[in-house]
Design a protein around this ligand. Sequence first.
Ligand code: ZN
Ligand code: ZN
Length: 239
Amino acid sequence: MNTLTFLGRGSGYHITENNTSAYYIKNGTMLLIDCGETVFKTLLNNRLLDEIEELYIIITHMHSDHVGSLAGLIGYYYWKYHKSAKLFYPEKEKMKQYLALLGMIEDEAYTFVKGKKFSIDPLEMTVTPVKTLHNPIINAYSYHLNFIDGNDIFYSGDSKILMENALAFLSAGNFIYQDICISENDLGPHMTLNKMVELIPLELRAQVYCIHVDGEDYDAKAGAYGFSKVKEDEIINRY
Ligand SMILES: [Zn+2]
Ligand SMILES: [Zn+2]
C-alpha cells in the first residue's frame, strides 16, 4: 500500500499542529511535499535527512505555511551534505526569485526538475501537477503521484475543489489526501467537511485522508463521517 507519512497536518494558523507536509522515502530517496514554517525544524529534529541520498521537493503554492522554511532546508542540505535538492514547482521564475532573495542560487544550492511532469526512478513514481483553485492572487497546484506498483495518490495541497473523477479514482482503490476545513464556509479558500460529505459516499470516505486540519474537535467531527486521519511520523520528537 502506497501511503504518505506526515511531518504535520495543521492549517496555516493552527497554534498546536505543525504545518501540513508529507514525505515518501524509498531506496535512499525522499520526496518531500511542501516545506512550511515548521517543516525544516521537524526534519532536523527527527534526523530524517541523515540517510537520504537524493532529496526531491515539490511545492503546492507560495503561502508561507507551504514554503516558509524552504530556503532553510535547501541551504542546510547544501551546507551539511554538499548536495543540491531537486525542486519542482510549475512557476519556476517566481520560485527562483523567492529563493534568490533568501540567498539560494539555482544550480548551486538547488536545481529545478525539468518538464511538466517527471519520474523519480528510485521511488518508482511519476509526479504530475494539476492547477487548482485556492486563492485569487496565488496559483496553487495539486499533485498526482502515480506508482508503478500499487495504489496511486492524489495530494490536494490547498484547494477548494475536489479532483476530477474522484469517485472513479477512489473506487479503483486509490487514496486522496485532501485539505478539509471544518471552520470555514463553502465560499472559503479550502474544501470543507460539509462539501466532502456531499461529494463522497460513505463507503469511499476511508480512502480520503484529512489534511490542513483546523477547528475544534477536528478528529471527532471528520472521523464521525468516516474520513481517515493522516499518520504522523512515529519518530517525531524522539530526539
Ligand atoms: Zn495552507
Ligand atoms: Zn494556502
